[in-house]
Design a binder for this molecule. Structure first.
Ligand code: 5AD
Ligand code: SF4
Length: 441
C-alpha cells in the first residue's frame, strides 16, 4: 500500500473559511491525503486566506516566506494558497512567491483535485474564476466520518451590497444561494454523523433564496424545513444584513424552537451620515425599529454586531451617535474595528480621519461594549439555560459547551453528556464564560 500523503491546512478569517477548509480536506482525501497538524510533515501546505483584515496580502506573503526552508529541503512539497487573498491577488502570488504551486479562489474549490494533479505533475495551477456551478457539488463524495456535535453549513455565498469599505463583493463575488434540497441533504448527513447544532453560513445569509421544489425558498422557509430533521436540535445562522431581515424570518425566531435566540446583525455605525457614506442603505432609526420587532418576536434574543470607527469623515458627533445606538440596543457581544482602507473599494480613495482620534474612539466604544457584555452575562446568573456540551473543560470532571445564547458555559458533568443538551443553572460569570451546575444529568 502506498503511504498516505499529508496535508497541512492553515485557516484564517471567518467561519466560512473553516467550512471551506473542511470541504477541501475531504476533497483532497479523495486524492490520498490525510491531514496533519505539522507543516514539517506535510506533502502539501494549503493556506486558506482571509482578505478582510488590514495588509492581509502582505501577511500571506510573509507566511509563505516561512515555508521556503521546508520547500528547499523537500522540493516535492506542494504549496497552495486558497481563499480571498488567492482571489484578490491571483497570479501575482506565483510571481512574488515562485515556490507557490497552486492558487485557488473560493468559488473554484470543486476543481481542487484537478488542480492538485496539475501541481503534482510539476505545473503551476491557478483558478480564480467565478463559475456558475455549485462549488460543493463535486465535493460531496466524502467518507461518513463521525463528527462533533456542532457544524457549519454554507448555504449562500457572495454579496451584492457593496458597502464602501468591504472587499467581500470582490473576493467572494455576486450573491449565490445553494439549492434547498442540497442544503437539506447535507444537514441530514451531518445529523447522521452526530451533529446536533448547525450554523448556516453566508456573507449575507438572510438574503438566502435557494431553489426549492415549489419555487425559491427564503431563509425562514429553509430553517422551518431544517427544524423538521429528527436529531437536529439547534439552528443558528450568520452573518445577516438588516435590510434582508424579512417578516417571515423575524416570525421564525418566535415560532421555531430549534432556532436559537442569538442574532449577529452588524450595523457598523450609528450615524446616518456615515451609514450613507458606507452605502449601507438603512438609517440608525430603521435598525433600531428592526431590533424592536425582532425582540417582540423573541424577547430574550441576544444581539451581536460589528462596528467600524474612524470611517472617512467620521466626526465626534457621528461617533457619539454610534455610542447612543449601542446604548439603545444593548449588545451581548460585538466586534469592533478601526477603519482601514482596502485597495479597490470606494472608501479607499477617501481621506482618513486622524489615527490617534480613531484609536481613542475605538477604545471608548470597546469599553462600552465590554461593559454591556459583562452586564448581560451577569444577568444570566441564576437562570436556567440549555447547554450543548462539546468537549472536556480545563478542570477534572468538567465539560464545556455553548448555551442557547452562545455563551461558553463550563460545568461539572459526566462524559456521557458530551454531544447532548442539558439543562444548566448558571452560577457565575467570568469575562468570557459562564459557570453552571447541571440540573438534569
Ligand atoms: N476596515 C475595518 N473593518 C472592516 N470590516 C470590513 N471591512 C473593513 C475595513 N475596511 C469589518 C466590518 C465587517 C467585519 C466582518 O469586518 O465590521 O462587518
Ligand atoms: Fe461586506 Fe457585509 Fe457589506 Fe456585503 S453586506 S459588502 S459582506 S459588509
Amino acid at each position: 500500500m502506498t503511504q498516505a500523503k499529508k496535508l497541512y491546512i492553515k485557516t484564517y478569517g471567518c467561519q466560512m473559511n473553516v467550512y471551506d477548509s473542511e470541504r477541501m480536506a475531504e476533497a483532497l482525501g479523495g486524492q490520498g491525503y490525510v491531514e496533519t497538524s505539522s507543516p514539517e510533515d506535510a506533502d502539501m501546505i494549503l493556506l486558506n486566506t482571509c482578505h478582510i483584515r488590514e495588509k492581509a496580502a502582505e501577511k500571506v506573503y510573509s507566511e509563505l516566506g516561512r515555508f521556503k526552508g521546508l520547500k528547499a529541503a523537500k522540493p516535492e512539497l506542494k504549496i497552495g494558497v486558497a481563499g480571498c487573498v488567492a482571489q484578490a491577488e491571483g497570479e501575482e502570488i506565483m510571481r512574488r512567491q515562485p515556490m507557490v504551486d497552486l492558487v485557488v479562489g473560493p468559488q473554484s474549490y470543486h476543481r481542487l483535485p484537478e488542480l492538485e494533479a496539475r501541481a503534482g505533475a510539476g505545473q503551476k495551477a491557478l483558478d480564480t474564476d467565478f463559475p456558475v456551478e455549485d462549488k460543493f457539488d463535486h465535493l460531496s463524495d466524502r467518507p461518513k466520518a463521525k463528527r462533533g456535535p456542532t457544524a457549519f453549513l454554507t448555504v449562500q455565498e457572495g454579496c451584492d451590497k457593496f458597502c464602501a469599505f468591504c472587499v467581500v463583493p470582490y473576493t467572494r463575488g455576486a450573491e449565490v444561494s445553494r439549492p434547498a434540497a442540497r442544503v437539506l441533504a447535507e444537514a441530514r448527513d451531518l445529523v447522521e454523523r452526530g451533529v446536533r447544532e448547525i450554523t448556516l453560513l453566508g456573507q449575507n445569509v438572510n438574503a438566502y433564496h435557494g431553489a426549492g421544489p415549489d419555487g425559491d425558498w427564503g431563509l425562514a422557509r429553509l430553517i422551518r424545513e431544517l427544524a423538521k430533521i429528527d436529531g437536529l436540535e439547534r439552528i443558528r445562522y450568520t452573518t445577516s444584513h438588516p435590510n434582508d431581515m424579512g417578516d417571515d424570518l423575524i416570525a421564525a425566531h418566535g415560532e421555531v424552537a430549534e432556532l436559537m435566540p442569538y442574532l449577529h446583525l452588524p450595523v457598523q455605525s450609528g450615524s446616518d451620515r456615515i451609514l450613507k457614506r458606507m452605502n449601507r442603505s438603512h438609517t440608525a432609526e430603521q435598525y433600531l425599529r428592526l431590533i424592536e420587532r425582532i425582540r417582540a418576536a423573541r424577547p430574550d434574543i441576544l444581539l451581536s454586531g460589528d462596528f467600524i470607527v474612524g470611517f472617512p469623515e467620521e466626526t465626534e458627533a457621528d461617533f457619539q451617535a454610534t455610542l447612543a445606538l449601542v446604548e439603545a440596543v444593548r449588545y451581548g457581544q460585538c466586534y469592533s474595528f478601526k477603519y482601514s482602507p482596502r485597495p479597490g473599494t470606494p472608501a479607499a480613495e477617501r481621506a482618513l480621519v486622524d489615527e490617534a482620534e480613531a484609536s481613542e474612539r475605538l477604545q471608548r466604544l470597546q469599553a462600552l461594549l465590554s461593559r454591556q457584555q459583562a452586564e448581560i452575562q451577569a444577568a444570566m446568573v441564576g437562570r436556567e439555560v440549555g447547554v450543548l456540551f462539546e468537549k472536556p473543560g480545563r478542570l477534572d470532571g468538567q465539560l464545556v459547551g455553548k448555551s442557547d445564547h452562545l455563551h461558553a458555559v463550563h460545568a461539572q458533568a459526566p462524559e456521557a453528556l458530551l454531544g447532548r443538551i442539558a439543562r444548566v443553572k448558571i452560577v457565575d460569570s467570568a469575562p468570557n464564560s459562564l459557570a453552571g451546575v447541571v440540573l438534569d444529568a
